[in-house]
Design a protein around this ligand. Structure first.
Ligand SMILES: Nc1ncnc2c1ncn2[C@@H]1O[C@H](COP(=O)(O)OP(=O)(O)O)[C@@H](O)[C@H]1O
Ligand SMILES: CC(=O)OP(=O)(O)O
Ligand SMILES: [Mg+2]
Length: 401
């Protein structure tokens, strides 16, 4: 069976993975042939890293020369040509994309057709940091390899199970009907985590789980028996927890004040809330949690403390939505690697029955709760690319998810 190429595209980076399908029944059947990323795209050079399935580096190089522009299209062309020239290449049978916003209409992975692509492009204002970059490679690849089917996998789809009470803003009804609701994001990550939980928790996987996807973007998801019931993210990926450069929940009165009193335009406010706020804005130092944990500047400590405070407050809110808490799961860059952040967040959840063993936490063990903790606390690496490969294979085979 032909391989599946997965593309997860950001503003100046492009992550990719090529999966062999094997029996293609369970998530574990998908074997990584290559995975890597381009970074620094948009200028006259770019950095490419490619590793094989065993983690061996195959390419780690600066692509530059002759004044050539290295944008996303050039990166995709380079990638296809390199992959297809590999002796073990079996050909690319399908391409799966992470598309952040599916809006009201796209609640499951979909085989991309021109009309669907246009409908998804109309959602760009709802996810300005993500949607344009997620969709642009679809057009490029349709030109480069017109015969290869492409599938969009949505961050919002996993949350389509939310009840109206979890989705609705207290706004006039006609706005709700027009689609101004909470969608929730990071759904590919939560979908993956929910499918992995039984491997770790056994029969206890059914229960009330809060998963914390803490990366560049950060959110929480409440799951009941593996099904999403609530999320901290809303209409856009700006809501909920503070993030690297995004503000998270703020009083909408602040936005009105910035417009009416400070005369800021919508573009300026958008830039402020999406790109200048969060860890970067509070610390004035960096959007990267590693830099803040390494810094001795009190402003860095304040930014970390605010991030943790908002996170444990929201965990309690989602526990209320679930009527209690059985397990707490940390994932993504910060959740998987930043032990001090996990520790501070869990301290704020002690009253909920969250007790962690600091030695297990510092070692980053899979289970970091104490043996007698009423709530199990877990560190489980996410794998959005594998989830996309699985959905893409099922979608092109005409199977449901
Ligand atoms: N060892 C670490 N300690 C603390 N934070 C880390 C560590 N490794 C990664 N991170 C954090 O994870 C963030 C990136 O998370 P990630 O899930 O990779 O984001 P994305 O996939 O959205 O780009 C970084 O900005 C950094 O703050
Ligand atoms: C939806 C979202 O915030 O994604 P990311 O974490 O990749 O920025
Ligand atoms: Mg991410």
């Amino acid at each position: 069976m032909d391989d599946i190429l997965v593309i997860n595209s950001g503003s100046s980076s492009l992550k990719f993975a090529l999966f062999g399908r094997g029996a293609a029944v369970s998530l574990g059947d998908f074997k990584v042939r290559y995975q890597g990323h381009f970074s620094g795209l948009g200028g006259h050079q770019a950095h490419l890293v490619v590793r094989d399935g065993a983690g061996q580096t195959l390419r780690d190089e600066l692509l530059a020369g002759d004044g050539k522009h290295w944008g996303h299209p050039e990166a995709l062309e380079e990638l296809l040509e390199w992959m297809e020239a590999r002796p073990e290449s079996g050909g690319i049978g399908a391409i799966g994309h992470r598309v952040v916003h599916g809006g009201r209409d796209y609640r499951a992975p979909v085989l991309l057709q021109p009309a669907i692509l246009e409908a998804l492009e109309a959602l760009i204002p709802l996810a300005p940091l993500h949607q344009p970059h997620g969709l642009a490679p679809v057009r490029t690849l349709a030109q480069l390899r017109p015969d290869v089917p492409q599938v969009a996998c949505f961050d919002t789809a996993y949350h389509a199970t939310h009840k109206a009470v979890a989705q609705t803003f207290a706004l006039p009804r006609q706005l709700t009907e027009a689609g101004l609701i909470r969608y929730g994001f990071h759904g590919l990550s939560y979908d993956y985590i929910s499918r992995c939980l039984p491997d770790h928790l056994g029969t206890k996987a059914t229960g009330r789980v809060v998963a914390a996807h803490l990366g560049n973007g950060a959110s929480l998801c409440a799951m009941q028996d593996g099904v999403s019931v609530a999320s901290t993210m809303g209409f856009t990926a700006l809501d909920g927890l503070p993030m690297g450069t995004r503000c998270g929940t703020i009083d909408p009165g602040v936005v009105l004040h910035l417009m009416t009193q400070d005369g800021m335009t919508s573009d300026q406010i958008s830039d402020l809330l999406y790109k200048q706020s969060g860890l970067l804005g509070v610390s004035g130092i960096s959007a990267d949690m590693r830099d803040l944990l390494d810094s001795t500047d009190p402003a860095a400590a304040e930014a970390v403390a605010l991030f943790c405070y908002r996170t444990f407050r929201e965990i309690a809110s989602l526990a209320a939505a679930l009527g209690g808490l059985d397990h707490l799961v940390f994932t993504a860059g910060i959740g998987e690697h930043a032990a001090p952040v996990r520790s501070m967040v869990c301290q704020g959840c002690e009253w909920l029955g969250v007790h962690i063993d600091e030695v297990r936490n510092a070692r980053g063990e899979v289970r970091i709760s104490t043996d007698d903790s009423p709530v199990g606390v877990w560190v489980i690496p996410t794998d959005e690319e594998r989830m996309i490969a699985w959905h893409t294979a099922r979608c092109v085979a005409g199977l449901g998810t």
